[in-house]
Design a protein around this ligand. Structure first.
Ligand code: SIN
Length: 342
């Protein structure tokens, strides 16, 4: 197995690209140039039974099936290979070929538009998110990644985030003085400060230990991540705030992507499109299943918000928008509100 680099098959495929993909395959077959095996390393930080984990498994299976086993996607879940503090660098250096980091990670590395996904109470439902990710705004954001040595290939939902701690977090006053673990995101840090809490940036893979040892008091995440990371035994109260969105972008190393033979690139693109559809179909169900499972656990209480409590949280988080607009201007937000109104 090998990662990247031209092979006789690839050279032939490149030369005949002009006559179309079918002809490429045919010419390669006639010339007797057997396509070489290929390894695609796909690293991620969450458990296999999450929207991201299931999407990557489906991608792996489709690629194996359609390439007759010639292209192997090796999946490294649960921060086994790289954690969320070093996975993007690993991709840029070519130590892995593909990733699906959370959208917050792209804003943290300077692709400002991605900050919009972290804004609290911006999206009413997944339909509104998909209007953004599947339209011109989403395409532009994926293209912006090319300036950061990544090829943006598509978006995936996890879902809406809920708050957790040792006590219910229903009103702004409940957050006062708490140390809350967040991803490296200026928007989420501003959100926690607006509530009177202290944001603490920690890698996802270290969150469970930090909560168990009392380094932090609470956190936010969709419930499929909360459950599959084993946070239930260390967080007695989950409050259903639905205050923000968590999603991912699948990215590839640009050198790997550029050196693929056209038929292989097409195969990967089509398999990924289907895998993303599959993951997006699963996301709402997985979060609903996680909620049902949490309701059965004696050590966890699930708390709902009344409409006035939700409004009070939304009001308290408003300063985050001014902060966002100081950095990014108003046009992107205005476009989302115009083109993708709920
Ligand atoms: C992820 O879902 O990839 C990580 C989320 C987090 O770091 O909170």
């Amino acid at each position: 197995m090998r990662g990247i680099g031209p092979s006789p098959w690839k050279r032939l495929a490149r030369r005949c690209r002009a006559v179309g993909l079918g002809a490429c395959w045919l010419l390669a077959g006639l010339a007797g140039a057997a396509p070489a095996p290929m390894l695609v390393r796909f690293s991620h930080v969450v458990a296999p039974d999450t929207p991201k984990g299931l999407m990557v498994e489906r991608f792996q299976a489709l690629v194996a099936q359609r390439s007759g086993g010639r292209i192997r996607v090796a999946v490294y879940p649960d921060s086994q290979l790289y954690g969320d503090q070093d996975e993007i660098e690993a991709l840029q250096l070519g130590a892995v070929e593909m990733l699906a980091p959370s959208l917050s990670k792209f804003s943290a590395m300077g692709v400002g538009g991605f900050e919009v996904f972290d804004l609290p109470f911006l999206f009413q439902d997944l339909g509104q998110v998909r209007c953004v990710t599947r339209g011109a705004i989403g395409r532009q954001l994926l293209e912006d990644l090319s300036r950061h040595r990544m090829v943006g290939l598509g978006f995936l939902d996890n879902g809406f985030k809920q708050m957790s701690a040792a006590k219910p977090l229903r009103e702004p006053g409940d957050f006062k003085g708490l140390r809350l673990r967040i991803q490296a995101s200026r928007v989420v840090a501003a959100q926690m400060r607006a509530l009177g809490a202290h944001p603490v940036v920690l890698p996802f893979g270290e969150t469970q230990r930090a909560l168990a040892s009392g380094v932090v008091d609470g956190t936010e995440n969709p419930l499929s991540n909360f459950l599959s990371q084993g946070l239930a035994p260390v967080q007695a109260a989950v409050t259903l705030t639905d205050h923000g969105y968590l999603g991912y972008a699948v990215v590839a190393n640009p050198r790997f992507w550029a050196h693929l033979a056209a038929p292989d690139r097409l195969l990967l693109q089509q398999a990924l499109a289907e895998a993303l559809e599959h993951g997006n179909r699963q996301s709402a169900d997985l979060n609903a299943q996680a909620l049902a499972a949490l309701r059965q656990m004696p050590q966890v209480r699930v708390h709902a918000l009344t409409p006035p409590q939700r409004d009070a949280l939304r009001q308290a988080m408003q300063p985050v928008y001014a902060d966002f607009q100081r950095r990014n201007g108003a046009p992107l937000l205005r476009r989302i509100q115009d083109e993708c109104a709920p």
